[in-house]
Ligand binder design. Sequence first.
Ligand code: AMP
Length: 371
Amino acid sequence: MSKPLIAPGATVGIIGGGQLGRMIAVAAAQYGLKAHIYCPDPDSPAFEVAGRRTVAAYDDAAALQAFVESVDVVTYEFENIPSRTAEILAAHRPLHPSASALATTQDRLTEKSFVAGLGIPVAPFRAVDDAAGLAQAVREIGLPAVLKTRRFGYDGKGQLMLRQEDFGEAGFDPAAAMASLHDQPCILEGFVPFEAEVSVVAARNAEGRFSAYAPCANEHRHHILARTVVPAPGMTPETAAEAVSIARAIAEALDYVGVLAVEMFLVRGADGRAGVVVNEIAPRVHNSGHWTIEGAETSQFAQHVRAICGWPLGSPALTGRSVEMLNLIGDQADDWTRILAEPGSHLHLYGKGAARPGRKMGHLTRVATGA
Ligand code: AMP
């Protein structure tokens, strides 16, 4: 017997109350679903748009228990959820993506080993636990390289670029490098000389149906996504197809349910052939998929809700010829009246209080139609 569908009127539980949770809740509402947001921060932007909220720590077993019993399906908007929390949730209601997909992708070492094990290109990498291990890894991989904490990294946090030319007379000091990342378990990755950064946002449902949006090109400023463009300029149809088939292989191997994003580097081999190298997997809706709200037939948030509810996936087709998404970081959101006045520009503000530097306050999307 096939599993019962989650019907309109049911409640989607969302762990995390940031802008991603907020946009998932809005998409759920479009389909007549209710949302219950769980987040420790009482000022969470997602609370504004959800009928129910729980303000509690992510390891508060009693609060998690009460939360999970009040919902029909659980999802999350960020991957740094303690594994014990995922277990408590999954013991009572369907958790999508699964606790095991979460465990694989929330640690850079298990994630890279998993992707490499599928025969998919990744940067050369080594586990690094201490200064001696880092010195050895640098000998094996060479420089330049990127040292990253295995867990809790985002927007370039928990990362250190290692370049020979930065070390001066004294040379490379592995102990200082480890100390700057608080001596946490790390991985060292060889630097990938990429032409562009691209991502594939895709969805898979429990029946194994898979649907991917066109790969997008992502430009970062100060390690934070600044601009996404679709279709990705400079990506041939063959490379785009290769990128999508990699995302599919990853989703299938994880037995993934929901939307995921696979971040990749676009590279060119010595023979001049283009290819992609996987950087990381985000087991959730992703900033590089925000353009889909107006730029695709089905937004990534609606697609995620469909996938986790066991509903048929929607069309990922573009609604125009090309799409551009710009993040509004810090005081860039102060420009909202100018953006509102711009024909064809779609403004999204996340309802956050202080516009601190580096904080994602909103985004805007422009869809180019016509010839
Ligand atoms: P991440 O947190 O892994 O997404 O890394 C943040 C950014 O650092 C990426 O978007 C790249 O711009 C850069 N980066 C990370 N890893 C590498 C690498 N192995 N080679 C070159 N650039 C990298």
